[in-house]
Design a protein around this ligand. Structure first.
Ligand code: TXA
Ligand code: MG
Length: 388
């Protein structure tokens, strides 16, 4: 008798569970259809307060979708979008609540300022005091992967600049990004669209891993062309200084400017008493779950030694095309620094998918672009670098 009652009880419990599950899916599907109605996009609170349940994915060639994305941004919501460097998480740069919701979605410290993305020079004049150097750089490198730091104008809220009197400005070249900024008709504040500390996303899939359920829309524009973030140049000091190296190298900048220097501390970790000019530089960055160890050129032999000594662990080697190592899990980053720039962030994320414990990584060549890539790689390794 007891057995019958227990069986009955389990059956009732199971039916109840299935019933709740069905209700859950019906509500989810209903909400999904609600998203097709434009009026939802204008429900500012719906997004600004983070009450987002389903993230809509649209394709970069969906012109109407981009117009809707522009409306979301204009009315205070967040949209992830492709740029030529990495995917950005965009909000209306004039709207304090919207900007604050970027920090919330990313878990980003509020003193790490954001870049304002523009589509035309008039927009730059609305937000920053331009000097000769800024105009020269803009003529040569905009639209493109260059960000300039300038004194800010009043229109820019302090939550964008992390309380600073300066503002970072960039005009991206990616067509989808440009269409989105034009549709929003405001400067778009956008950091990389990853959870703070993780590798920046270079595909819409990687964005969705970090942002699904937190933001109303992701625009898929395929893989980013460059793969590492823009070069940041500070134009507020006596001599222009590169605060973050990227696709636009020091030599390229020096062809346009009389002088330009690299901020110290770009390849070395800062000392405890040093304050970085680029606030983002003091935070943990680009780190996958796995531990990363970088091997500089000439120390490749030590990778085999490491593999031999750590056989029990889930190791992977990340190296230049054509290299041979005694390891089952090898991934190639390409032939040169440009290839590695394109692949690095997505590959670091992929190693995590396979539960890799330690990534043994060859550094790219010491070209200027190679140094930009090393800057990201060394940070992802927490400066765990085997030097020659
Ligand atoms: O390529 C890129 O720049 C991408 C795409 C989306 O445009 N954006 C990006 O943003 O990398 P984010 O937030 O991940 O990095 C911006 C960097 C941070 O290190 C920040 O500290 C620095 O720029 N920054 C922003 N405003 C600044 C300012 N006023 N002074 C100095 N550094 C600033
Ligand atoms: Mg970032």
């Amino acid at each position: 008798m007891r057995k019958i009652f227990t069986a009955l009880f389990i059956i009732i419990l199971y039916s109840y569970f299935v019933f709740i599950l069905k209700i859950y899916f019906i509500v989810k599907i209903l909400l999904h259809f609600l998203f097709f109605y434009d009026k939802i996009y204008n429900e500012r609170l719906f997004f600004a307060e983070g009450v987002v349940l389903i993230t809509k994915h649209i394709n970069g060639d969906d012109e109407n979708g981009i117009l809707s994305a522009g409306k979301i941004i204009k009315s205070g919501g967040l949209v992830a979008f492709p740029t030529e460097t990495v995917y950005g998480l965009g909000a209306n740069g004039f709207d304090e609540n919207a900007v604050k919701s970027i920090f919330k979605a990313k878990g980003r410290p509020s003193d790490n300022p954001l870049i304002l993305h523009i589509a035309a020079m008039e927009q730059a004049e609305e937000i920053a005091f331009l000097n000769d150097e800024a105009v020269k750089l803009a003529r040569h490198f905009w639209p493109g992967p260059l960000t300039v730091v300038l004194p800010k104008k009043k229109a820019v809220p302090y939550c964008v600049t992390g309380g600073l009197e300066t503002v970072a400005v960039r005009m991206p070249s990616n067509e989808i990004a440009r269409k989105l900024i034009i549709a929003a008709n405001v400067p778009v504040a956008a950091p990389s669209a990853n959870i703070s500390g993780k590798p920046s996303p270079t595909t819409a899939y990687d964005v969705s891993q970090d942002m699904d359920g937190k933001i109303p829309m992701i625009i898929d524009g395929g893989a980013c062309q460059i793969g590492i973030e823009s070069t940041v140049v500070d134009l507020t000091g006596k001599v222009p200084a590169v605060l973050r190296p990227g696709g636009i190298t020091l030599d390229m900048l020096r062809e346009v400017l009389k002088d330009c220097v690299m901020d110290k501390g770009l390849l070395e970790p800062l000392k405890a008493d040093e304050t970085p000019k680029c606030p983002g530089m003091k935070y943990k960055h680009y780190a996958p779950e796995a531990e990363v160890i970088v091997f500089e050129n000439g120390t490749e032999g030590r990778i085999n030694e490491y593999l031999e000594k750590n056989k029990g662990k889930k190791l992977a080697v990340y190296c230049k095309n054509g290299r041979k190592y005694k390891c089952e899990n090898i991934k190639y980053w390409g032939d040169n620094a440009a290839d590695m720039a394109k692949n690095l962030f997505a590959d670091l994320r992929e190693f995590d998918k396979y539960g890799t414990e330690i990534i043994l990584c060859e550094a790219p060549e010491m070209s200027q672009l190679g140094q930009s890539v090393r800057n990201r790689l060394y940070k992802s390794a927490g400066y765990n670098v085997i030097k020659k």
